[in-house]
Design a protein around this ligand. Structure first.
Ligand SMILES: [Zn+2]
Length: 143
């Protein structure tokens, strides 16, 4: 399974130095980078394909890529054969895609933080969620 080139495992790899996400493609570079460096993070299919393409470009084998992104070598080869696009399939993807975060969600708040942006809506929502958590032990709004 492993098949890591020795230098690869020790080297911290940075996917992007300027962007932390690609809003158009919904790519979370921080998550991709974490996975590439062996951290257990769940990626969307688009993010897995991005990571696979990136790693393939660095000469990694499909099985080594599959191990990192928690997919199969068969799937990785399929993406590559398809020009690094998801294969058209009659069956829906088994993993539910994350939806684009909107202002007022904690995920959007974290995205603002990562991008160095300031957003009153998200900051207020995050503060409210923190307060809720301290009071109720849950970040969910009471039903
Ligand atoms: Zn916001």
């Amino acid at each position: 399974m492993g098949n890591f080139p020795g230098s690869f495992a020790r080297e911290r790899i940075y996917v992007s130095t300027t962007d932390t996400f690609d809003a158009e493609a919904d790519l979370d570079f921080i998550a991709i980078e974490a996975v590439i460096n062996g951290d257990p993070v769940r990626l969307t299919t688009a993010e897995k394909i991005f990571a696979a393409r990136f790693l393939d470009g660095r000469g990694m084998t499909p099985s080594a890529i599959a191990y990192l992104i928690r997919s199969t070598a068969h799937t990785v080869r399929g993406w590559k054969d398809n020009g690094w696009k998801r294969r058209d399939s009659a069956t829906p993807p088994p993993v539910k895609e994350r939806e684009e975060p909107v202002c007022g969600e904690r995920r959007m708040y974290r995205r603002h933080l990562a991008a160095g942006e300031s957003c009153d809506v998200c900051r207020a929502a995050n503060t409210a969620a923190d307060r809720r958590y301290r009071l109720t032990g849950s970040t969910e709004e009471a039903a």
